[in-house]
Design a protein around this ligand. Structure first.
Ligand code: 0A1
Ligand code: ZN
Length: 885
């Protein structure tokens, strides 16, 4: 354990390592409680380092058995060894060898970093700083080494032995019941990409021939008996490999690519070279256990980890401040992949929903940080929506700014120039500046300034002069450590449409012109605090469609009239903005209703909005898109829009009332949609079939909201007869939202059917944790006593505790502070088991300052209670202190 007070790490202090490790030979003898790790390192002074500097290897909770320098014992005055460090005072100044043996206990490893046990397997997680929990090392991403790993284990305990790279040897050790495998990875890599797996695992196998003819053996390893549930993941893997060749010209580079799914994992998955380790949630799927959303996520995560082979592994990060170099770029790539595999418009809407619900609150609260941070206390806390999701938006924006051709030229240059190295964001951007022949200095500010810019647009049409004037203003609120901001470079994709929906041709004029280039691309570049753009020869009053496709991660103040919003909903050629216009309209209605509810009155909703939804519902095209349009903004979305003095109960009340009004107003239409989309086809996870299910279930949900007496029996019928988990969980979620004996009966029946499927039971926990009723906290507490619950399993913890804290706005934010107290208590309990997961749970407090005063006080008290405990992990301490900062 690192018990000393954590010191901030600063980007400004970066200097190259004083030593390099060219080769690593590991010999690992797996044992449940006493695994032996022998490490032979070939080191040399780094020509870029300080000559004669001591060699300081990182450790974390290690027990050293012996250390040899060039084969000999080291004089005790020259070697300092603690569980957290190995320090050699005067290392040789020419190449030398170090041999170290450590003993580690994978069974006691509840933090799930380093070598640990999950089910019937041994596995590792080394990013960001887990390798130092296996052996002493230069645990930093800019030290790249070639690894050869020998793994030895009792055959009965681990029939499967996997490592990075290609397997070069294997055999049994006569008379011992043990066997071994030797893996060699020819590609130099940082230690965070090291992995090994040993265990009793089932597997499926396939092949992929790359376009230059490399025949790659693909394997997916899962808990025995679950093999058939890995076939969709295998299919997604092959499609990812083909797509990366086609779209980015990237081929796979080893003869083997293995994926292992484990049930205990802190995050989604990990891109270890040639040996990805996954949270089994992102591998296992069958129609009876996984929803359409699960299938889509599996496809995306499989692609994400595979794409890291180039963006992350072949080119890695110089230091952890550059995390977005691999993560933002790889998320961008997986988004594009999913858009190509499914409906681009629907994927874009889903991605923006995620950005707004996960990243915008981060940017608006005390945990706001740059996409490229410049200081951290605990790097584990920077695997955030800002680094990942906003990081991906920056890449997308870059492409909008410089165009597709220059973007791909820049990517090719990046791959060619930096392959085999550990790079920085500056080096990455330089490739695009060069390819586009454009100065990207102002664009780079996106990486260095936190906060979500706000763009206001005033639009004025002059009938006489036939001109349209658009006045843009940008601003950005202060964020921690950044009181003032320089103007961002904001690309605003746009178009003008007439009130009948016809597109209007663009002609700029006057002194406030949009450039020819801007008009041709349909993108206005807002680079200053204010900008006016005037369009000439506009024959009728147009409706501007702005920020098409969500061309920049900003909040757009929208002063369009309701009539204009309806024009956009009906006619915009940009599907994203059609959806957005409906969301904006709904949000406006709901924000007004929240005020009405707060003043103790009953909200009334505008018929025109409900009519607009009806017209969308009547279109027969793209059910998945229609499902998105009729799904109202969530409670957390509304809280974010309100921004201050938030009352979660009023938001819940307003939203419930609108859902009821829609359900009542569109009763026959919703029922008709529901009935028309019944399918007798065999299950297919493809986007079209999934889209039909999405619309059918969204219609049922609204129907039940307005007509529970007729709706609930339908939901019950669907629950009982469903052949897919999508339909079953949709029905159960409707039943769960209504108190009564049916709910409890349905929940019991669901548990009884799926008790042996951990991933399905996670859904059962989520549903119960998110019931918006005052009794829920007691239910959550009693579910913690359920045999199926364990704080040691991250998926379980997230399903019950995480879902309560982030998915139950009214009960987590209960006015008496009980939700806050509960979470604080759990975080403290979990901190000694798994600090990484504990810290993530604590981040649920990130928006506490936007609450109304009484809740603010209670949330602050709970955070202070956590912060005041001594002996906190750096992970939890960092989140607690920054949240209060
Ligand atoms: N690089 C992985 C994310 C990841 C980060 C840290 C982990 O440690 C517990 C695990 C995974 C990715 O982006 O997929
Ligand atoms: Zn990643």
């Amino acid at each position: 354990m690192r018990t000393d007070i954590p010191q901030p790490v600063r980007l400004a202090d970066y200097r190259p390592s004083d030593y390099l490790i060219d080769r690593v030979e590991l010999d690992i003898k797996l044992h449940a409680t006493a695994t032996r790790v022998q490490s032979k390192l070939s080191l040399r002074p780094n020509p870029k380092g300080v000559p004669g500097a001591p060699l300081i290897l990182d450790g974390d909770d290690l027990k050293a058995k012996y250390v040899l320098l060039n084969g000999a014992q080291i004089d005790s005055s020259g070697l300092f060894l603690t569980p957290d460090q190995l320090r050699l005072e005067t290392p040789p100044q020419e190449p030398f060898h170090l041999e170290i043996e450590t003993e580690i206990d994978p069974t006691a490893n509840t933090r799930l970093m380093g070598l640990y046990r999950s089910g019937t397997a041994y596995c590792t997680q080394c990013e960001a700083e887990g390798f130092r929990r296996i052996t002493y090392f230069l645990d930093r991403p800019d030290v790249l080494s070639v690894y050869t790993t020998r793994i030895e284990a009792d055959f009965r305990e681990a029939q499967v032995l996997l490592g990075n790279g290609n397997r070069i040897e294997s055999g049994t050790i006569e008379g011992t019941g043990r066997h071994f495998a030797i893996w060699h990875d020819p590609f130099p890599k940082p230690c965070y990409l090291f992995a090994l797996v040993g265990g009793i695992l089932g597997s499926i196998h396939d092949r992929f021939v790359t376009r230059s003819g490399r025949d790659v053996a693909l394997g997916i390893y899962v808990e025995p008996g679950k093999e058939t549930s890995a076939t969709y993941a295998m299919d997604a893997l092959k499609r990812s490999m083909a797509w990366d060749e086609e779209v980015f010209g990237r081929e796979y580079d080893l003869d083997v690519f293995n994926i292992v799914a484990v049930s205990d994992f802190n995050m989604g998955a990990m891109e270890n070279k040639g040996l990805n380790v996954f949270n089994d949630k992102y591998v296992l799927a069958s129609p009876a256990t996984a929803t359409d959303t699960d299938y889509a996520q599996i496809e995306a995560v499989i692609a994400h980890e595979y794409f890291h082979n180039w963006t992350g592994n072949r080119i890695t990060c110089r230091d952890w401040f550059q995390l977005c170099l691999k993560e933002g770029l790889t998320v961008y790539r997986d988004h594009e992949f999913s858009a190509d595999m499914r409906s681009r418009a629907v994927r874009r809407i889903a991605d923006v929903r995620t950005l707004r619900s996960q990243q915008f609150p981060e940017d608006a609260g005390p945990l706001a940080h740059n996409v490229r941070p410049d200081t951290y206390l605990e790097i584990n806390n920077f695997y955030t929506a800002t680094v990942y999701e906003k990081g991906a938006e920056l890449i997308r924006m870059l492409k909008v700014l410089i165009g597709d051709e220059a973007f791909h030229k820049g990517m090719d240059l990046y791959f060619a120039r930096h392959d085999g190295t550990a790079a920085t964001i500056e080096e990455f951007i330089a490739c695009f500046a060069e390819a586009a022949k454009r100065d990207l200095t102002q664009f780079s500010l996106w990486y260095h300034q936190s906060g979500t810019p706000h763009v206001e647009v005033e639009s004025a049409y002059d009938k006489q002069a036939q001109t349209l004037t658009l006045d843009f203003t940008q601003s950005c609120k202060p964020t921690p450590g950044q009181d003032t901001k320089q103007p961002f470079l904001i690309p605003i994709a746009f178009g003008l449409i007439a009130s009948d929906g016809a597109p209007i041709a663009l002609q700029a004029g006057g002194s406030d012109q949009a450039s020819e280039d801007e008009l041709a691309r349909g993108v206005i570049e807002l680079a200053t605090t204010r900008r006016r753009v005037v369009f000439q020869s506009v024959p009728t009053r147009p409706v501007p469609s702005l920020l098409r496709g969500f061309s920049a991660p900003v909040r757009l103040g929208n002063s369009s009239s309701e009539a204009d919003l309806l024009t956009l909903v009906a006619h915009d050629t940009d599907s994203f903005n059609r959806w957005q216009a409906a969301q904006t309209y709904a949000t406006r209605q709901l924000l007004h209703a929240v005020e009405v509810v707060r003043s103790g009155r009953k909200p009334i909703y505008d018929e025109a909005f409900i009519d607009a939804l009806l017209r969308v519902l009547e279109q027969s095209s793209d059910p998945a898109f229609i499902a998105q349009v009729i799904t109202l903004p969530g409670e957390a979305d509304l809280a974010r829009e309100i921004g201050e003095n938030v009352d979660p109960d009023a938001i819940h009340g307003a939203r419930k009332a609108l859902r009821q009004a829609i359900g009542e107003g569109l009763k026959p239409n919703l029922l008709q949609t529901y009935q028309a989309l019944t399918s007798k086809d065999p299950y297919s996870p493809d986007a079209t079939a999934a889209g039909r299910r999405a619309l059918r279930n969204a219609a049922l949900d609204l129907f039940c909201a307005g007509n529970p007496e007729e709706g609930l029996p339908l939901a019950l019928q669907q629950f009982e007869s469903a052949t897919t988990m999508t339909d079953k969980i949709a029905a159960l979620s409707i039943l769960t939202a209504h108190a009564g004996p049916e709910r409890e009966k349905a929940l019991e029946a669901f548990y009884a059917t799926h008790a042996s499927e951990a991933l399905v039971i996670d859904k059962w926990f989520i549903l119960q944790a998110t019931i918006p009723e005052p009794e829920t906290l007691a239910r959550v507490k009693s579910l913690m006593q359920h045999a199926a619950f364990s704080l040691h399993n991250p998926n379980r913890t997230r399903s019950l505790i995480g879902a309560f804290a982030t998915g139950n706005q009214t009960q987590f934010n209960a006015a008496d502070g009980s939700g806050y107290d509960f979470l604080a208590g759990i975080v403290l309990e979990l901190d000694s088991i798994n600090p990484q997961v504990a810290a993530r749970l604590l981040a649920a407090f990130r928006s506490w300052r936007s609450l109304e005063t009484k809740r603010q006080g209670l949330a602050e008290a709970a955070l202070r209670r956590v912060a005041s405990v001594s002996g906190l992990s750096p992970d939890v301490k960092d989140i607690a202190e920054r949240s209060l900062g």
